[in-house]
Ligand binder design. Structure first.
Ligand code: DAH
Length: 371
């Protein structure tokens, strides 16, 4: 082992004492004091003098199986009963002292060794870097983001609602009683009595009115579920929903909001068509059609030669819905609109097959995220 200074060598410090056996309590105390000061000397040395293996030697010397500490612990039972307690206390004190000091010391040596290794390492900056594989958002998540941003700018607060929903919020509150034919169109998964997977984000309308009160200007996006599966329908899809309730809200407010919203979504003003329709929770109700952005109305494959793309539904909130959600229809009125995000993502990103959105194909996501 190396020489540490002019007169002490580490091996000297680490040498085991000539005799570790104590014949009396006071002798034990002396031995303990010696051991303690030996340890202090070693751990007080500069850590750069020790390799990791040498630091480990130090640990073995002071707390290992053959260390004086362990001998003393073993010899405890030889003490006369009246001295055993005192001896035990002294030795255990030493034990915790040694363990803490040595542990700190070993950690310091290890840190120093690691730092030294890093400092010595040569980095060749001319080597090509390993390929960075960044993940990307799913196209539908991207579409959700791109739809919510303009709504936020229009003053909507983005809120959330539960996917596991009470029958009341999904149907009853929205004027769809249990015998209503609209339930047929929105066959869902009944999880337990009164609990369903929500069939639309319109359920969040009822939560918003009842929990936040009016006036309101909220938007929500999230997963919705229906019991259907074919070429153009999947059981899990995403919708986006908007609700405005205030004094004196009319169809004119709805129309101008939709115009402003779609202009932002498509990056330019687009032609909208509101086609009369029926939803139990709105009166009057309409389907929202946007002029096909591929052919601008002349008819092509993506719009099935109609010149229009159906985006979702809208209308003035039915007064029965207002009443059920504790809003006075004599004072307040409102409008709502909702639409499927998957469809919008498909037309925005030019995806032909709805199912490709759910196959977990990283290449597809990556390609779209780069656009
Ligand atoms: N919830 C309807 C559906 O899933 C869409 C909808 C229609 C939402 C009219 C609305 C609305 O907010 O006013 O088919």
């Amino acid at each position: 082992m190396m020489t540490l200074s002019k007169d002490i060598s580490l091996s000297e410090l680490l040498e085991l004492p000539q005799s570790a056996a104590a014949s009396s309590l006071s002798e034990l105390q002396n031995l303990i004091d010696d051991e303690r000061s030996r340890c202090m000397k070693v751990v007080g040395l500069q850590v750069n003098l020790f390799s990791e293996a040498q630091a480990d030697d130090v640990r073995v010397r002071f707390t290992g199986k053959k260390s004086p500490l362990q001998d003393w612990l073993k010899a405890l039972r030889n003490y006369p009963a009246d001295e055993r307690k005192d001896a035990g206390a002294k030795i255990n004190q030493l034990k915790s002292f040694l363990e803490t000091e040595i542990e700190n010391f070993v950690v310091k040596c290890r840190l120093f060794a690691e730092e030294k290794k890093l400092a010595d390492e040569r980095i060749d900056l001319t080597l090509p870097r390993p390929e960075l594989r960044l993940g990307s958002r799913h196209p539908v998540s991207l579409a959700v983001q791109q739809l919510l941003e303009p709504l936020k700018r229009l003053g909507f607060t983005v809120i959330d609602g539960p996917e596991l929903e009470r029958d009341f919020y999904n149907f009853e509150a929205l004027n769809i009683p249990s015998d209503h034919p609209a339930r047929e169109m929105q066959d869902t998964f009944f999880v337990a009595s009164e609990w369903v997977l929500r069939t639309h984000t319109s359920s969040v309308q009822a939560h918003a009115m009842m929990e936040r009160g009016v006036p309101l200007r909220v938007a929500c996006a999230g997963f919705t579920y229906r019991n259907e599966l074919d070429l153009t329908h999947v059981p899990t899809f995403r919708q986006i929903e908007c609700l405005v309730i205030d004094k004196g809200i009319t169809l004119a407010h709805m129309r101008s909001t939709l115009d402003a919203f779609f202009a932002e979504v498509f990056g330019r003003p687009v032609k909208l068509r509101l086609r009369s329709s029926y939803f139990p929770f709105t009166e009057p109700s309409a389907e929202i059609d946007v002029q096909c952005q591929q052919c601008f109305g002349s008819g092509c494959r993506s719009c099935k030669h109609t010149g229009w793309l159906e985006m979702g539904g809208c209308g003035l909130v039915n007064t029965r819905v207002l009443e059920r959600c504790g809003v006075d229809p004599q004072v307040y009125s409102g409008f709502a609109f909702g639409m499927g995000v998957d469809r919008i993502a498909m037309s925005k990103f030019g995806i032909a097959d709805l199912r490709s959105l759910f196959e977990g194909d990283v290449l597809l996501s990556r390609q779209l995220a780069l656009r």
